[in-house]
Design a protein around this ligand. Structure first.
Ligand code: KMT
Length: 179
């Protein structure tokens, strides 16, 4: 396991161009993994080829109570109503629980807000495992490769409900901003 392994992340512009593009600022402004940790994001690099038997993953699951898992496969020809669904993933929202994704193949962008409400784009790729904390505003899009396969983990019975911004009164939101 490499807890502090590099993870590509950068501040983005607010261009209305295709959401699948990188949307770098000019000049580019990368975000160190340390900053992501300060925001409360957890990240590991694990062996996705061997995830069923990987001891590191087993340990993380046991320690953090991730009892549920399933797999999502997202690509234009795999997901019904692809464009509409992609737009929905991209609407800013939060969840009452952690969002845990282990990328088994492909790649995609998880955008999260920093403490100053600026978007940081995290480029999650094969072998990255990422935890977006409960109550953190975020959104997801495929990148230009238009393919991702991810293991979704959860504590107990899964609830994927997106709570769209604003959620100022939501208990998970209040907990997130008063950390
Ligand atoms: C979901 O639940 O399907 C998502 O969050 C989309 C991104 S998973 C790679």
């Amino acid at each position: 396991m490499a807890v502090n392994a590099q993870l590509d992340a950068w501040y983005i512009n607010d261009s209305e161009e295709d959401q699948r593009l990188p949307h770098h600022l000019e000049p580019k402004l990368y975000v160190p993994v340390q900053k992501l940790a300060e925001l409360g994001l957890a990240h590991w690099v694990l062996d996705s080829n061997n995830y069923e038997h990987d001891m590191e993953l087993r340990k993380i699951r046991a320690e953090r109570g991730y009892t549920y898992q399933d797999i999502v496969d997202i690509a234009p020809d795999l997901l019904p109503n692809y464009e509409a669904n992609l737009k929905n993933f991209y609407k800013e929202h939060m969840h009452a629980d952690e969002e845990i994704r282990f990328i088994l193949a492909g790649s995609g962008y998880f955008d999260v807000r920093d403490f100053d409400d600026r978007w940081i784009r995290i480029w999650a790729k094969k072998n990255d495992m990422l935890v977006v904390p409960a109550g953190m505003y975020h959104r997801f899009t495929l990148d230009e490769s238009e393919y991702i396969k991810a293991l979704r983990l959860f504590k107990g019975y899964p609830v994927w409900t997106p709570h769209y911004r604003p959620q100022d009164e939501h208990p998970s939101r209040i907990q997130q901003i008063t950390l």
